[in-house]
Design a protein around this ligand. Structure first.
Ligand code: PLP
Length: 310
């Protein structure tokens, strides 16, 4: 494993054309980080890259992380371990593992070691004592928090920010706040950085964002919008799902309804409300997560209709 292997070519930019954008005189570019790598896509790779480098520097031979059973983080970590020949361990929210779940199947196929724990134990995942206890149990492992949001992730997100075109607004979906923190850290002060929270009552994330990016405490060019969660984490309305399908068909932009669908649905509502300054250039980050569609289909939460549109 060498550092060179971690340098993937930059992902493309897609200019979106849509009557609403024309009517509102807006330019919309999407940074297609879902195309960053065929298997380790989106913000997950941005966050993993410098964690893998830190792992090498600390001479650890394996990694361990925390994840829900359908998560994009689990998928990306599995793929990265397989690709780079790393021993991978994941503490998974159980209590039981459904071996038919497509993300679990992928993790198994990549040779990951999955350790299911009950929900109460999983809730301890961000507590320092529990972290230390796990580190004692797995001394050869480099530990990565759930979703990969830590200081090392900030370096990968800096690369993302530097690859963006000059923009008046940069927008991303926000779960843990890591991606937003990285963009706030590295985007110019003249750019407004906006995170669309995908979970309910996400105001508390502001503290986490400032912890990850202390500069955010002093900057005023960013905001976390908390009213576009569409029912909460993992929830979405049929209107949002129809919107995702419309975007795929009319703008050739594949979205899923848990993260990127909420981002673009929020953007469309903000455009309708004339939130943006006239003649603005908006750049949105496609943070990946399309593997999640398989999990939604598996649970019958979406139909197979999307496939017919492909
Ligand atoms: C596809 C996708 N987009 C956005 C996010 C949110 O990123 P963050 O947790 O850095 O806020 C996630 C996080 O899980 C994700 O999987």
């Amino acid at each position: 494993m060498s550092f060179k292997q971690f340098n993937f070519p930059e992902s493309p930019l897609q200019l979106i054309e849509h009557p609403l954008l024309t009517q509102k005189k807006m330019t919309l570019t999407v940074k297609r980080d879902d195309l960053l790598h065929p298997h380790i896509a989106g913000n997950k790779w941005r966050k993993l890259k410098y964690n893998l480098i830190a792992m090498q520097q600390q001479k650890k031979t394996a990694l361990l992380t925390f994840s829900g059973p359908f998560s994009n983080h689990l998928y990306a970590v599995s793929m990265a371990c397989k690709l780079f020949g790393i021993e991978g361990h994941v503490i998974i929210r159980g209590p039981h593992l459904d071996e038919q779940n497509p993300t679990i199947r992928m993790a198994r196929a990549c040779g990951l070691n999955l350790h299911a724990v009950d929900r109460a134990t999983y809730r301890l995942r961000n507590q320092a004592d529990y972290f230390h206890e796990i580190q004692k149990q797995f001394p050869h492992c480099y530990l990565i928090p759930e979703g990969g949001s830590n200081q090392h992730a900030m370096l990968g997100l800096e690369e993302l920010a530097q690859s963006l075109p000059k923009s008046d607004y940069v927008m991303c979906a926000t779960g843990s706040g890591g991606t937003l923190a990285g963009l706030i850290n590295s985007c110019p002060d003249t750019t407004s950085v906006i995170g669309i929270a995908v979970l309910k009552q996400a105001e508390y994330l502001t503290d986490d964002i400032i912890r990850l990016a202390p500069k955010a405490g002093k900057k005023s060019n960013w905001q976390l919008m908390c009213d576009f969660h569409d029912g909460g984490y993992g929830q979405f309305s049929s209107a949002l799902w129809r919107f995702c399908q419309m975007m795929r068909k009319e703008c050739l932009l594949p979205l899923e309804p848990i993260y990127t669908g909420k981002l673009f649905y929020a953007l469309w509502q903000l455009l309708e409300q004339d939130f943006f300054e006239p003649d603005s250039h908006i750049t949105t980050i496609h943070t990946g997560g399309l593997q999640g569609l398989d999990g939604l289909r598996y649970r019958n939460l979406i139909s197979h209709e999307l496939k017919l549109l492909q």
